[in-house]
Design a protein around this ligand. Structure first.
Ligand code: F6R
Length: 603
């Protein structure tokens, strides 16, 4: 869950290390640090908090060096403080680590001098272990072999040595890539971290290790040199910059009409009005679908379940990955498990995929990051084309996931003869209207800003909805909690009377997701129950639904009337913008909210 960068160059690499770290800040920002080699000695700088703090320290106390490693931390073992900040160093090596060394306490006991361990981290032992191996006269292959035998858990490591101008990279469980430059080469957690330097990347496989200097990169597996494909990343510098927006989240909300259009283009033949998805598994006789994910991606699954039932008549189970992976998996004939992940690195989702594969289940993953761990393990992949999502709160990844799941459910309905060509073509015509429906909301952003200005002081907020609106209520509450720190809950509107209605008073805004559909009247009644208890009601509805809601609501935002099954995708935007503006009024750090990181590679 941390981000790591390594650079071997023929110039001072300090500021390039900082630049790489800035791109990886979405992976964690509890502390940051770097180490370079100056006159064969390791020189370190670390700072608590964001990378800007490290940059300030380096401006005050500059360091140089043509070779170095850097780290941005999301704390797991040991609180965020300078002592626990990476790199961890001895007089011979410095290391940065992403992952968890599960047996770090046992390792501590085998070190020649455990009293030298200063931090509470699980990582520092690695620096001392390597130092012991060096003292025993071992060189790279034996050092790596011994480390891979000794260390338990997940680790992506970059190691700087005093005795050579070479970096060592080792990967097991956590992602790690190497990047090829001219006169300089790189190590990075992912393509985003390497984007400022190079487009030519090789992803390391588990138990690969690489020796990187400014001229060459050699990759090994065991004692053998191996070739790993060099891919040209499509991530441009521009796509990972704010481009005039104050926050990445705002930029990413605004990108939705475009990325929804791109995703549509990749799955639909607009001339023939047919769906084209390259999947053998989707052609099989699917009898049951399990949808597995975490967080926002799991809320996309909760919404998608309705589409699988509606269009394909297939029962869909939804489970959050951290639960699924520890449950007894009962394999059903004709079952397919679909994993959904923006990053493709979420540890619990990856572990669930491993479990499903172990049980012989057919697996498909819907991921946004090509070449991610989940995409590499899955039997088949379907990619969302949201582009890099940097803001910690997921926005465009969510709506592209929804669209992808919707299209898959229609395709399955067609394969099973529940949907005929005419209906498919009609739905596709409606889908092609999505970018314009989304643009219409962006044009009315000010209305959402006004609503936010009236409720941002609330201590608690409830989101309610029925059916697909329930999934969106859960997502709305999560969005608000994570970026504004306001306590928020999402409920199925019909459940309020079974307990949560006790929370209602005039200080609790209740946000109703209530576009016109077969559940409109029922949701209306639940909002009336809230009104009767003095609650403040804010409705997200459509033009038709608005008329009835005027008397009941304190504030209303309306979308254009659209087909029922498009409503969750369209209503997602007001939900995101509302959370965004509330957070802006509160002055929180929208893109990097406290305690969070974008890619959760720990359990
Ligand atoms: C919330 C958010 C998280 C992620 C979750 C899963 O805004 O972004 O809840 O959805 O951590 O991440 P992925 O989709 O990368 O597996």
């Amino acid at each position: 869950m941390c981000g790591i960068v390594g650079i071997a160059s023929n110039n001072n690499c300090t500021y390039a290390l900082i630049e790489g770290l800035k791109k990886l800040a979405y992976r964690g920002y509890d502390s940051a640090g770097l180490a370079t080699l100056v006159n064969k000695e390791i020189v370190k700088r670390v700072a608590l908090g964001k990378i800007g703090n490290l940059e300030a320290i380096i401006k005050e106390k500059p360091i140089e060096g043509n070779i170095g490693i850097a780290h941005t931390r999301w704390a797991t073992h040991g609180s965020p403080n300078e002592l626990n900040a990476h790199p961890h160093a001895t007089n011979k090596v410095a290391i940065v680590h992403n992952g968890i060394i599960e047996n770090y306490k046992e390792i501590k006991n085998i070190l020649s001098n455990k009293s030298l361990i200063k931090s509470e981290t699980d990582s520092e032992v690695v620096a001392h272990l390597i130092t012991d191996y060096l003292d025993q006269g071992h060189d790279y292959p034996e050092i790596v072999e011994k480390l891979l035998t000794e260390l338990k858990g997940a680790f992506a490591l970059a190691v700087l040595f005093t005795k050579t101008n070479k970096l060592l990279a080792i990967k097991r469980g956590s992602p790690l890539a190497v990047g090829y430059g001219e006169q300089n080469n790189f190590i990075g957690s992912d393509a985003i971290g390497l984007a400022p330097f190079t487009k030519k990347i090789s992803y390391l496989e588990d138990d690969d290790w690489a020796i990187v200097d400014n001229k060459n990169i050699f990759i090994y597996h065991g004692k053998n040199k191996v070739d790993r494909e060099i891919s040209i990343t499509s991530i441009s510098r521009q796509s990972i910059e704010k481009g005039g927006y104050k926050h990445f989240m705002h930029k990413e909300i605004y990108e939705q009409p475009t990325v929804i259009g791109e995703t549509l283009k990749s799955f639909i033949d607009p001339e023939k009005k047919i769906i084209k998805i390259n999947s053998e598994i989707l052609k099989t006789d699917i009898k049951k679908i399990s949808l597995i994910a975490c967080g926002t991606s799991a809320f996309a699954c909760r919404i998608a379940r309705f589409w699988f039932e509606e269009f394909a008549n297939i029962g869909a189970n939804v489970d959050i990955a951290s639960e699924y992976r520890y449950r007894k998996l009962l394999k059903t004939e004709g079952e397919v498990v679909i994993f959904i992940s923006q990053s493709g690195e979420t540890r619990d989702t990856l572990a669930s995929l491993e479990e499903a594969k172990k049980h012989g289940l057919k697996t498909i993953s819907i991921v946004n990051v090509l070449d991610s761990s989940i995409s590499r393990l899955s039997d088949e992949n379907i990619f969302t084309l949201a582009g890099p999502e940097i803001g910690v709160a997921s926005t465009k990844a969510f709506t592209t996931q929804l669209l992808t799941l919707l299209i898959i459910s229609i395709l399955l309905g067609k394969n099973k003869n529940f949907i005929n060509d005419n209906f498919e073509s009609k739905i596709i015509t409606q889908l092609l209207d999505l970018p314009s429906l989304l643009n219409d909301i962006l044009e009315k952003e000010n209305e959402l800003r006004d609503i936010a200005s009236k409720i941002y002081n609330a201590k608690d907020v409830l989101y309610i909805g029925r059916g697909m609106g329930h999934g969106l209520a859960l997502e709305g509450a999560l969005k608000l909690k994570e970026i504004s720190y306001i306590h928020a809950e999402g409920y199925a509107a019909g459940e309020l009377k079974h307990g949560p209605i006790a929370l209602i008073d005039e200080s609790v805004p209740v946000i109703g997701i209530i576009p016109t559909n077969n559940l409109y009247e029922k949701t209306y009644s639940n909002l009336a129950e809230v009104k009767a208890r003095g609650g403040k009601i804010i409705c997200i509805t459509d033009k038709e639904g608005k008329k009835n809601l005027e008397d009941l609501s304190d504030l209303i935002f309306s979308i254009k009337k659209c087909n029922d099954y498009l409503q969750p995708i369209v209503c997602a935007l007001p939900v995101q913008l509302l959370a965004y503006h509330i957070a802006c009024f509160k002055g929180t750090d929208v893109d990097q909210p406290r305690n969070l990181a974008k890619s959760v590679t720990v359990e």
